[in-house]
Design a protein around this ligand. Structure first.
Ligand code: CP
Ligand code: NVA
Length: 312
């Protein structure tokens, strides 16, 4: 049986497919409870520190509401509020937090920071987005895909655009672990780093997943079950926005591209926030094939699942 008590969620790279399955099963259960109006008090007496170096709507709200509605006390800490790597080392901050709280969420720039927090705090640490990964988003995405198609294995998921950002990377990890058919469609200069592709190829071998890279949108989307995109310039890359607009225009998800899948049942996904008119057109994100609001809701259910699995 799977037991994740005390574990951190840093990248999903060190989680087995069985553990991801376990989290998705709990998420399904808590979503059903939520729909039925059933409330539990699972986190009474517990505290959760939420550290944000970057802005957030969904991730912060999902952690705060999932934890607080079950009696837990979330503590929001922006970097204006605490010493983190400036006047106090990350290691020292981690050790202090670990003496006081039951778990820590971190959103920020470096993956290394969330790893140091996990190593030195001694409590579960959740990666709420770094430059490299966004694992809790991928859990919500997997839940959304499974709700739509009833399975993950063999589902063709095509990521369009900046194939080197945290979402492209993390979807590759999730898809590789869960036996999906993952395609990154991007310019060659925006593919994931080689070490990460190599790791994911190993996971794919175990699960039966396939991972492909192409710069040809028409080829990429053929037979796609899911077309996914994300902003062309991520948080921290604001200076690259103009250059990316030019480079990535051919990778925009529009109605014409959605038709090229050859499947009316293809869905559109986006982690949000979106820049309508850039990576996706208004018609697609607001259209019948879009599942972005379910996907956003599922952030809360999957995050509650992580909290249950690692804290109880
Ligand atoms: N998808 C996502 O992480 O949204 P926020 O940046 O609003 O948290
Ligand atoms: N790639 C985006 C995701 C936001 C949820 C960013 O890092 O800004």
């Amino acid at each position: 049986a799977v037991n994740m008590k005390g574990r951190s969620i840093l990248s999903l790279m060190d989680n087995t497919p069985e553990e991801i399955r376990y989290l998705l099963d709990i998420a399904k259960q808590v979503k059903a409870e939520s729909r039925a109006g059933i409330r539990h008090q699972r986190f009474v007496g517990k505290t959760l520190a939420l550290i944000f170096e970057k802005r957030s709507t969904r991730t912060r709200l999902a952690f705060e509401t999932a934890f607080a509605e079950e009696g837990g006390h979330p503590i929001f800490l922006s970097i204006q509020d605490i010493q983190l790597g400036a006047k106090e080392s990350i290691e020292d901050t981690a050790r202090v937090l670990g003496r006081m709280v039951d778990a820590i969420e971190f959103r920020g720039f470096k993956q290394e920071t969330v790893e140091i927090l996990a190593k030195y705090s001694g409590v579960p640490v959740y990666n709420g987005l770094t430059d490299l990964f966004h694992p809790t988003q991928v859990l919500a995405d997997l839940q959304t895909i499974e709700e739509e198609f009833g399975r993950l294995k063999g589902i063709k998921l095509v990521f369009m655009g900046d194939g080197r950002n945290n979402m492209a990377n993390s979807l590759m990890v999730g898809a590789a672990k869960m036996g999906m058919h993952y395609v990154i469609c991007s310019p060659e200069s925006l593919r994931p780093e080689k070490w990460l592709v190599d790791e994911c190829m190993k996971f794919a071998k175990e699960s039966g997943a396939t991972i492909e890279f192409t710069d040809n949108p028409d080829e990429a989307v053929k037979g796609a079950d899911v077309i996914y995109t994300d902003v062309w310039a991520s948080m921290g890359e604001e200076d690259k926005a103009a250059e990316r607009r030019k480079l990535l225009q051919p990778y925009q998800v529009n109605e014409e591209l959605m038709r090229k899948t050859g499947k009316p049942e293809t869905i559109f996904m986006h982690c949000l926030p979106a820049v309508k008119g850039e990576e996706v057109t208004f018609e697609v994100i607001e259209g019948k094939q879009s599942r972005v609001w379910d996907e956003a809701e599922n952030r809360k259910h999957t995050i509650k699942a992580i909290l249950i699995a690692t804290l109880l």
